[in-house]
Design a protein around this ligand. Sequence first.
Ligand SMILES: [Fe+2]
Length: 300
Amino acid sequence: MTVRSLGYVVVETTDIAAWRRFATDLIGLMEGPTGPDGSLRLRVDERPFRIAVVPGKSNRFVSCGWEFRDAVELAEAVATLKKAGVDVRPGTEAEAANRVVDQLFHCSDPCGNALELFHGRCYDYTPFASPRGVSGFVAGSLGMGHAVLPAPQLQAARAFYQRLGFADTDEMWLAMTPNPADPKLGLHFMHAANPRHHSLALMGAPVPSGCVHIMLEARSLDDVGYALDRCIAGGAHISSSLGKHSNDFMVSFYVQTPGGFDLEFGWDGLQPDWNTWVPTHSLISDLWGHRWSPPPPPKS
Ligand SMILES: [Fe+2]
C-alpha cells in the first residue's frame, strides 16, 4: 500500500474569473468542462482536471488528492490511518463525481492540512492543448507535480505521511538569520511511488493560505521562459526569479496565484532511481537564482 502520486489539488475562490485568467492566459493550462459543483477544471494532461477551483466564500487552498492504485490499496491506507487514530470520513457519491473518481475518503494530517485519498480516476480523451502554446507538462503517471504544505509540527506530519507510504527523499535545514545558534527552517521532501523527486514537501512553519506552493513541470525550458514573460506582462506577482534548486535541480520561477499561495513553474526536475537512492540532507535551497520578493499588500 502506498500513495502513487499527487492526483489533483482543490482550491476555493471568491473570484473564478481571476483564476481562469491566471491559469489559462498566464500559465497556459487547458480549461475542461465545468464540474457539477461549478468548479473551474484545469488540465495539464489527459486527466479531467489537475486543479479544481471551486466557487466559495473564501480564497484558500482546500486539499490535495492522493491517488492509490485500486480499492484494495485505498482500503489498506484507510485502515492504517484509522488504526493510528486518524478520523477518516468516506466521501459521498456526489463528492466522488465532482472529482471524477470511483471512491474517495477525507482526512487531515496532524497540522490540519486536508487530504482526499482516492482511486479510480477517469480519463478525458480530448488531447491536451494549451491555449498559450505550452508544449506540454510532465504529469501522467508521475502525477500533477508536487505540493509544499505548512507543517509546524514537522516530525508528526512526516510520520503521518510515512504511514501512507511516502518515503524520504531529502531534508533541508535553512538558516533564517546570520546567527548559527538560531533555529533553522526545516523542510522534508518526500516521494510517492513514482519517479518524481518529491510529490510532497512539508515546511516547518504556518502559512495563512494553507499552502506554500504547488509545482507544475513543463516539458521545455522555453515553456518556462514564455510563461515567465506572460506572468510579468500580465501583472502577476513574481514571488521568485528564475533559479535552480539544489535538491531536485528544478529550473523554475514562482508566481503568486489568486489563492495567495505560489505556483512554481518548472522544468527538468530530477527523477531518481529509488532502488539506489539514499536520502540526502541539503543546507542550501538553490544552486543559483531564486531571488525572492515579498508579496504585495492585500487589496483594501
Ligand atoms: Fe517546489
